[in-house]
Design a protein around this ligand. Structure first.
Ligand SMILES: N[C@@H](CCC(=O)N[C@@H](CS)C(=O)NCC(=O)O)C(=O)O
Length: 201
């Protein structure tokens, strides 16, 4: 197999790439490691996961290799402007994802309070921004243009985490909800979502 994705046994920062492979119908080796740090950390290019092994090269930085795959599989936009818009949407979603990791995932104390504050403040600010950018670039359940992009998959993945914290948090964000519906109803993605393992993160 030309592609191997190395990560922990979780969704985390690897799931976007798994979703891209699924939507494209491209096979990949889904390596899930448990011996951490062990030799895995020492062998990872930046001492972090995930990394993608492609053409014999280990590539770190999940967003960078997800973008490369999206381009290869025609999910990154069909011209320069569409590609830039797709990147804008991806970055706006990543701001929400990074805020979640920093404030919630890494919190060690008073987790309930941290989650409540995150949901009533940070998450809403980021979701508003995402809804705004979808209003500028989106169309009929797609975040950019009128076909599936990696930004749609990123939005689905990151909002899935937020929904586990508050099931009705997207009720005021119809454009985000419409994109989730598009992703869930994509036949290849739906098959993957049905078969993927349940993990703790
Ligand atoms: N910007 C990097 C962040 C990678 C990252 O923070 N990885 C975490 C897991 S999600 C990690 O390897 N943590 C363990 C460590 O840094 O030792 C990416 O998106 O790939």
């Amino acid at each position: 197999m030309p592609y191997k994705l190395t990560y922990f046994n979780g969704r985390g920062r690897a799931e976007l790439t798994r979703l891209i492979f699924s939507a494209a119908g491209v096979a990949f080796e889904d390596e899930r490691v448990s011996d951490w740090p062990g030799t895995v950390k020492a062998e990872a290019p930046l001492g972090q996961l995930p990394y993608l092994t492609v053409d014999g090269e280990k590539m770190p930085q999940s967003i960078a290799f997800a973008r490369m795959l999206a381009r290869r599989f025609n999910m990154a936009g069909s011209n320069e402007l569409e590609q830039a818009r797709t990147d804008v949407v991806v970055d706006t979603i990543s701001d929400l994802q990074n805020s979640y990791y920093l404030k919630v995932f890494k919190a060690t104390e008073k987790k309930d309070e941290v989650i409540a504050k995150f949901l009533s403040e940070d998450a809403l600010v980021h979701l508003e921004r995402i809804e705004t950018i979808l209003g500028l670039y989106g169309n009929e359940g797609f975040s950019v243009g009128n076909s599936l992009k990696w930004s749609d998959l990123h939005l689905f993945d990151v909002t899935s985490i937020i929904l586990t914290l508050k099931a009705d948090i997207l009720d005021k964000f119809p454009k985000i909800k419409a994109i989730r519906k598009t992703v869930e109803s994509n036949e290849k993605v739906a098959a993957y979502l049905k078969s993927r393992p349940e993990t703790s993160f």
